[in-house]
Ligand binder design. Structure first.
Ligand SMILES: Nc1ncnc2c1ncn2[C@@H]1O[C@H](COP(=O)(O)OP(=O)(O)OP(=O)(O)O)[C@@H](O)[C@H]1O
Ligand SMILES: [Mg+2]
Length: 512
């Protein structure tokens, strides 16, 4: 049988390390292939070879039965392959249209035909039911809109095979639903889609066939009709998932106390609006909200990355007002940042340096003012074991870790500070379901230990699983605080959309 795409026995070696070990996949017109597997299983590597970003060590790529070799992404694009990366690569000062047509602008006598370009974008947007505003600046677009720009760009370049590497990790639940619809629609229009995700319910919604990878090899290829979530989970992690440990009843004193916190916005509306919140010892407080309602600014204000206009923040009785990030850390604050590349790690730093960030200030590693390397390395190896971080060597660059493995390293480091208080923002973003279980377990353990945790997550299921109390944020305010046993996904969704307790919505849902 001739497939639209066939990758045969693909192998990629980095030094002695086999990132891909004889992986074969195939894909037909109008089909959605989901690729799932643990962090570091080799998913992104396989796709980078298909998009011409990496050269295979061995193996064969065939398009419609013909052998092809791509010298680089431009070559792959020429052959009808498009890739939407997880970290968008848009020019923020350019309009939506300019970003889509860049490199392939419609021109007359060498001049860019602006109107023709905007019309073409409008046409594509209607044809594929992907909504964008062609004249808006990309920098003013929400994450969801930016992703739609990337997809339209790939369609504009004429892609028949579209690679989406963890596209839903950064989206709100509403945006996820829209994207899944778009994927199905593109397939109906004859496109072939490769979707990488850790979220098995999404796989069951859109995929036709599923390939499971583990340690650089294919461990299964199944049709959607012939499988289910439990089976896929077992195939992925090679074991059954556990129940979370029980919580120990604790009545802790207040630890983080936020009072009347206000941050002004550019226009009249404040970003944080007289917000007050307390996190006690032995408690996980979850923040639920549609992204863009002030959650990021709240975290930045607590961790010292953003100035506030009014109000107070205290940790264990000590004021944090006007204090540096370093002071806040030494006062007992750890922080798993929502964007691991922006705040969590430097790509060029080694794994050891990334793990060490912030640690050299601690007495136990700093005796006689030099870093006690062996002690630290032992600790680091312990984390690598516990969270199953796939790393070849501690001296390797952090940038070479797969997305999920870097996330695990940052989580391990922040837990490793053993502070009284932790901000956990999107703690399991991009990690596989096995690692998610370890991270959840570690957060509960920290809580049982009497520490306080502020959890911010766009995954409602994560908020509901972990939180003791749930604060709902809407337009910079905390509109309600629910106990874990009174919270349901439905009730939270209504509150998150600005609705009131009776379930009726007083305002329309924000789009961001
Ligand atoms: N340039 C590189 N040099 C050395 N090792 C690399 C390089 N790129 C990837 N690797 C290693 O190859 C393995 C596979 O990485 P890959 O990014 O393909 O994983 P993945 O399945 O996409 O994982 P995740 O779900 O975490 O994104 C990882 O262990 C990674 O550390
Ligand atoms: Mg990856």
């Amino acid at each position: 049988m001739t497939y639209r795409l066939e990758m045969k026995e693909m192998t990629k070696k980095y030094g002695e390390f086999l990132a891909n070990d004889g992986i074969s996949i195939h894909l037909n017109k109008g089909e959605v292939l989901a690729i799932v597997g643990e962090n570091g299983a080799g998913k992104t590597t396989l796709m980078r070879m298909l998009y011409g970003l990496e050269q295979p060590t061995s193996g064969q790529i065939k398009l419609n039965g013909k052998n092809v070799k791509f010298s680089g992404p431009l070559d792959a694009i020429e052959h009808g392959i498009g890739m939407v990366h997880q970290h968008f690569m848009l020019f923020s000062d350019f309009t939506v249209t300019e970003n889509i047509v860049i490199g392939h602008e419609p021109k007359r006598n060498g001049f860019f035909k602006r109107t023709a370009a905007a019309e073409k974008v409008q046409e594509l947007s209607e044809q594929y039911k992907i909504q964008v505003n062609p004249l808006k600046k990309a920098g003013d677009c929400s994450i969801g809109e930016q992703q739609r720009i990337e997809i339209l760009k790939v369609l504009y370049q004429g892609a028949d095979i579209i690679i989406l590497d963890e596209p839903t990790a950064v989206l709100t639940p509403i945006e996820v639903e829209e994207l899944l619809k778009t994927i199905r629609f593109l397939a109906e229009q004859g496109k072939s889609i490769i979707l990488i995700t850790h979220k098995l319910p999404e796989v069951m919604k859109v995929a036709d066939q599923i390939t499971v990878l583990r340690n650089g090899r294919v461990t299964g290829n199944v049709l959607k009709e012939q499988t289910n979530i439990d089976q896929l989970a077992t195939m992925m992690v090679g074991r059954e998932l556990q129940q979370l440990t029980d919580r120990i009843q604790l009545d802790g004193e207040p630890l983080l106390e936020i009072n009347d916190l206000t941050i002004g916005g550019k226009d009249a509306k404040p970003i944080l609006d007289h917000l007050s919140l307390t996190v006690h010892r032995g408690e996980i407080v979850g923040i639920a909200g549609v992204s863009g309602n002030g959650q990021s600014e709240l975290i930045q204000a607590i961790s010292g990355l953003r100035k506030i206009d009014k109000g107070s923040i205290r940790l264990g009785g000590t004021t944090l007002m006007g204090k540096s990030v370093a002071f806040r850390r030494s006062a007992g604050l750890a922080h798993i940042p929502e964007d691991r590349y922006l705040w969590g790690a430097a790509k060029d730093a080694t794994i050891e340096e990334t793990g060490l960030m912030g640690f050299y200030k601690q007495k136990r590693f700093n005796k006689y003012s030099f870093i006690r390397k062996s002690g630290f390395r032992k600790l680091l190896r312990g984390w690598i074991d516990r969270f199953e971080i796939k790393a070849t060597s501690l001296d390797d660059q952090s940038g070479n870790l797969s997305g999920g493995n870097l996330q695990k390293l940052i989580v391990a480091r922040e837990l490793g500070f053993e502070t009284d208080f932790l901000i956990a923002a999107e703690p399991t973003r991009g990690v596989d379901i096995g690692a998610m279980e370890y991270i959840h377990e570690a957060i509960i353990e920290k809580r049982n230990n009497g520490d306080g945790i502020l959890l911010v997550s766009s995954e409602l299921s994560e908020i509901l699983t972990l939180s003791d109390r749930i604060a709902v944020m809407y337009e910079g305010k905390i509109v309600d605080i629910l106990d874990r046993n009174e919270a349901t996904e439905e009730r939270l969704s209504v509150l998150m959309a600005g609705g009131n307790e009776n379930g009726s919505s007083t305002k329309t849902t924000t789009t961001a």
